[in-house]
Design a protein around this ligand. Structure first.
Ligand SMILES: [Zn+2]
Length: 596
């Protein structure tokens, strides 16, 4: 017999064992051992994971749960909520839970296993009790014989595939990638980093990617001036899934196209993703909104500042990529023009402010539907536009003594370097006010809380730049006509996928899901749709033939100017010396201009 006190000292950690006997059927087996007191014990699984604001219902994929008492005897377990189980324990000691997780969701925030690769996110794998969240968590990974590697930012214990997290939060924040991987280890300013690729890929030059990632790190390190890492930081780059990433304290999971490096645009997009996720190591991982200071894994955390956490990260991902020398000034201005175009062509920007779009992320941004374009605005996009206008307003008000860069560094000093409950609502605006004055603070507050558009034209003008909102019309004299609908071919049908408010299709009453058959009795196919529209003119009336729920339908509407596919930012005139110097201070590099 051991006294309860002695027991508490001996087993104050939770141990998890992961094995892959059924990897080819996409199952992972987990055996977890928890120290518990006598009485009723409840086990829970998170419903979401930090960084991805969607209730994912991870517990739906947990099967075959079996619990054993400290004696080793089976213990009956009862399900008490969608993500909670309870067991009555007759004596204090270690109880063991064994279960399977189906890992067939290809997503940076979920679990994926096949015969050669595993991506495991702790929130969807490991359970916790009321008392176990603060305990150290030991993870032992039992690899199949033909899987050489396992990677995670948890500390390794000894030579085996045994890792330790200081608590449950770190376990959730440390995704595990296992299987056939290729690793590149390198240093920047004396700190160790790793680029892990899910497999060897002859279309992807790992050495070149490593050099470029190092340049991104260098630019961001110079930007923040503080290295927040206490161990090696890992870029876990998987050649599966679609372009996406998720940020962590000492790692990021990226999904990308294995052919990406064979296309300059796609490769720069990947570098932009690297830049975005790495910037998060400061902005949102360490410098957090107060709503995320302690994670409630069982329900939504309502955050008002995702325009800052995600939007300003989007503003800086491309700007710092330019400062790193990996993109051209033309690339940078093109990406800024794209953000502004995508923002301004979203009618939902008049429905939700940046702050409300952030708050509603759980039901809007992560739950897109056919009407999303009309009912909300992306806080990534509007946040990036707010970033640009705020940056310029601060530079203008302070004659370039301060900038958004200064505000971000000050935010990090106050809220990122120690755990202090995160930044409260209004913290960012307050620092803007301190540095640039009350007028700028009020303007920034309006951009965050109101639905009015940030004044990008005035900001661009300060640098001698202007924006052309309809470049495709230049030259041919007649503007393109459009219906303001998105269509897509599905089998033999051309289906309406989205109807943009305020345009011809919406005014006529076209609905998402309608099949578009003809315009003015001319049969429409995917191949001739744009060509037909290009022959028509804005203000012309047309008759649309549609099918809805199997019945034919005719609607009349007057065409409008087409929604422009691109915007272009270019010098307004000859760039003056003063403007060139402003541009160079903003963009952070010397510029050579071919004057128009
Ligand atoms: Zn992000």
């Amino acid at each position: 017999m051991v006294s309860p006190g002695a027991f508490a000292l001996e087993s104050s950690q939770v141990r998890h064992e992961i094995s892959f006997e059924r990897a080819s059927n996409q199952y992972v087996h987990i055996v977890s051992t928890f120290p518990v007191e006598q009485g009723l014990v409840e086990f829970a699984m998170p419903v979401w994971t930090p960084g991805s604001y969607l209730v994912r219902e991870y517990s739906a994929h947990l099967e075959q749960l079996e619990v054993s008492a400290p004696s080793g005897d089976p213990l009956s377990v009862r399900k008490i909520a969608k993500n909670r189980w309870a067991a009555e324990v007759n004596e204090a000691g270690e109880i063991t839970l064994a279960y399977d997780i189906w890992a067939g969701e290809l997503n940076v925030s979920a679990n994926w296993v096949d015969s050669s690769l595993a991506l495991l996110n702790g929130a969807g794998v490991f359970l916790f009790t009321d008392t176990s969240r603060s305990l150290p968590q030991v993870v032992e990974v039992r690899l199949p014989a033909d899987w050489p590697n396992v990677h995670t930012s948890m500390d390794r214990e000894g030579d085996a595939n045994r890792f330790i997290a200081r608590d449950y939060d770190e376990l959730v924040d440390s995704p595990i990638v296992a299987g056939n991987t290729v690793e590149y280890y390198f240093e920047v300013d004396g700190h160790p980093y790793g680029l892990v690729q899910s497999r060897e890929n002859r279309f992807w030059d790992g050495a070149r990617a490593t050099e470029d990632v190092a340049r991104v790190i260098k630019a961001q390190q110079d930007f923040w001036g503080i290295n927040p890492f206490t161990k090696r930081y890992l870029f876990l780059n998987l050649f599966i899934g679609s372009h996406s990433g998720l940020e962590h304290d000492h790692s990021t999971v990226l999904m990308t196209d294995p052919w990406g490096m064979r296309d300059d645009h796609d490769y720069k997009r990947w570098l932009g993703l690297v830049s975005h996720e790495f910037f998060h190591a400061w902005n949102v991982r360490r410098m957090r909104p107060s709503a995320l200071s302690e994670y409630d894994y069982e329900q939504e955390s309502y955050i008002r500042e995702l325009w800052l956490a995600e939007g300003l990260t989007s503003y800086y991902d491309s700007l710092l990529l330019f400062r790193s020398g990996l993109t051209s000034v033309a690339d940078y201005l093109e990406s800024l023009a794209r953000e502004i175009r995508n923002y301004e062509t979203t009618p939902g920007r008049e429905v939700r402010s940046a702050e409300l779009a952030s708050f509603d992320t759980w039901i809007k941004h992560y739950r897109k539907d056919e009407n999303t374009v009309n009912s909300t605005v992306s806080y990534y996009r509007k946040g990036a536009v707010i970033g640009f206008v705020t940056d310029t307003a601060i530079r203008r008000a302070t004659d370039n003594d301060a900038s958004l860069d200064t505000v971000m560094r000050e935010m990090f000093l106050r809220y990122g370097t120690k755990r202090n409950g995160g930044y409260p609502p209004g913290a960012f605006e307050a620092i803007v006010g301190e540095l640039a004055g009350e007028d700028v603070r009020i303007m920034v507050e309006e951009m965050i809380r109101e639905t009015s558009d940030p004044d990008v034209d005035t900001a661009l003008e300060w640098y001698g730049l202007g924006i052309d909102r309809n470049p495709s019309n230049n030259g041919n004299g007649s503007p393109l006509a459009g219906l303001g609908i998105e269509v897509g071919q599905e089998g033999p049908a051309l289906l309406v996928e989205q109807v943009v408010a305020g345009y011809a299709g919406a005014e006529a009453g076209v609905l998402p899901g309608d099949e578009l058959l003809a315009i003015d009795a001319n049969r429409v196919t995917e191949a001739n749709y744009l060509k037909l529209l290009s022959r028509l003119r804005p203000e012309e009336s047309v008759e649309l033939t549609l099918a809805r729920h199997g019945r034919l339908l005719t609607l009349r509407t007057k065409l409008r100017e087409a929604i422009p596919a691109t915007y272009v930012i270019a010098p307004l005139d000859k760039i003056r010396t003063r403007q060139k110097s402003r541009l160079e201070q903003w963009l952070g590099r010397d510029l050579v201009f071919k004057q128009p």
